[in-house]
Design a protein around this ligand. Structure first.
Ligand SMILES: [Zn+2]
Length: 426
């Protein structure tokens, strides 16, 4: 009897951590599934996507028993910015073949919109344009009413020292098609340019294009209202804060195409919701704040606004851990700003080594590539952690919840919990 009991208890103690891990994994995955679901419209600017995600996050803050951080006792900090959107028409047909927005083509995010049936398509071989005088002459010849297919843009941009993303800005009013080989990446535009530029997968284009029809409508929102979501768990030293942040916005919709943004950044948002629930049940010496930023994809708008209008005095923030892209840590994580905060980075590595959470915790220097940046610039110690692994879907319609492996994601949460617990030790 004793032996049976002993074996049973031994088995139970083995099973217990893995059951807790399974539960953690399920919780995080559920948040990701909800935030990256079709009805969140890609958490952008069309069909109130970001607003729907904001409602979900506030409800989760409330469920976890968090305290509001806004002076009006809400979880919301409103602010405004300008953004270019594509609410409806997004049609391109080539030789009468209808192409699929998202996988087959993307519109340049700053495009103004264009509609014309049965346009003549003029092929421009950019390899033949050797200098800026020839480029100016070619541009003078571009007129609205025809579509220009600009081939070999990669080598052209290199030769002319034009960043490929800025080629569209060089073009006069009209309609352009730029064939792309391989991965296409969408973005959020906060300004408009006169032309409408379509990046089209080279593999879906026929060699000879006789005609094309385009109907793309854009809508510039000059004063879009957006919301950062802010909450905290009070500590025994209530005036000192550790901040977890993650942006909850993504690219939204490009006409009928939805960019779900599961890895970027439903996953990081899910992680801070999970940590909020954990620290609410395990309060620490420092208060722990959770900030879900909006407007990141439009150029770090939410975190920039917060750093300029902080709801916690910046001097009271001991440390910021910003999480962005957390859906697959097969190869571990990378820590941006590791070189700026070597002590904290060493602590992360030590915890990881001791517990064997992740295959690697990589260091990286400064980079303005996520919401830690404006804290850093304001002198607040801040790191940005992202996971390494997965299929490389990024800013495209394939970044879906079903594509995330979730490998080691729970171990990332354990690493972060241990790290913050250590930082809290007197
Ligand atoms: Zn992101």
């Amino acid at each position: 009897m004793f032996r049976t009991c002993f074996i049973f208890l031994a088995l139970l103690s083995l099973a217990a951590p893995s059951r807790a891990q399974d539960e953690a994994r399920l919780k995080i995955k559920e948040h990701i599934n909800k935030l990256a679901a079709g009805n969140m419209e890609g958490r952008g600017y069309v069909k109130k996507g970001a607003e729907k995600a904001a409602i979900y996050i506030q409800k989760e803050f409330e469920k976890a028993g968090l305290h509001p951080l806004s002076p009006d006792s809400t979880f919301v900090q409103f602010y405004h910015f300008q953004v270019n959107t594509f609410p409806d028409a997004m049609r391109l047909t080539v030789n009468k073949k209808l192409l699929n927005p998202g996988p087959d083509f993307l519109v340049d995010a700053q495009s103004s919109g264009y509609a014309q049936e049965n346009m003549k398509v003029v092929k421009i071989n950019l390899d033949k344009i050797r200098d800026s005088a020839a480029w100016q002459k070619a541009r003078d010849g571009f007129t609205p009413g025809k579509m220009y297919r600009l081939s070999h843009s990669d080598s052209f941009c290199k030769r002319m020292s034009i960043p490929p993303r800025k080629l569209a800005r060089e073009l006069p009013d009209g309609c352009y098609m730029i064939p792309v080989k391989g991965k296409m990446t969408w973005a959020v535009g906060t300004d408009t340019i006169r032309p409408t530029v379509l990046y089209v997968q080279d593999s879906v284009l026929p060699r000879r294009i006789k005609n094309a029809s385009v109907n793309v409508r854009s809508l510039l929102l000059p004063n879009h209202k957006s919301a950062n979501l802010v909450a905290y768990v009070p500590g025994t030293l209530p005036d000192s804060f550790i901040v977890f942040s993650a942006h909850y916005d993504h690219l939204g919709r490009m006409g009928p195409a939805v960019f779900n943004g599961a890895n970027d950044n439903a996953s990081g948002t899910a992680m801070i919701l999970y940590l909020a629930d954990y620290f609410s049940r395990h309060p620490q010496r420092y208060s722990i704040a959770f900030i879900a930023f909006s407007g990141e994809e439009a150029g770090l708008k939410g975190s920039e606004y917060f750093a300029k209008n902080p709801l916690i005095p910046l001097s009271h923030i001991r440390f910021v851990a910003n999480l962005d892209i957390m859906g697959d840590a097969t190869d571990g994580v990378t820590v941006v700003n590791a070189t700026e905060h070597p002590r904290e980075f060493e602590l992360l590595q030590e915890i990881n080594k001791k517990n064997r959470y992740l295959p690697e915790v990589k260091n990286r220097g400064k980079s303005a590539n996520s919401d830690h940046h404006h804290f850093s610039e304001a002198g607040v110690p801040a790191i940005f952690m992202y996971s390494n692994g997965g299929k490389g879907y990024y800013h495209d319609v394939f970044d879906k919840a079903s594509e995330l492996s979730m490998n080691n994601v729970v171990n990332v949460s354990r690493l972060l919990i241990d790290f913050v617990t250590e930082l809290n030790k007197p």
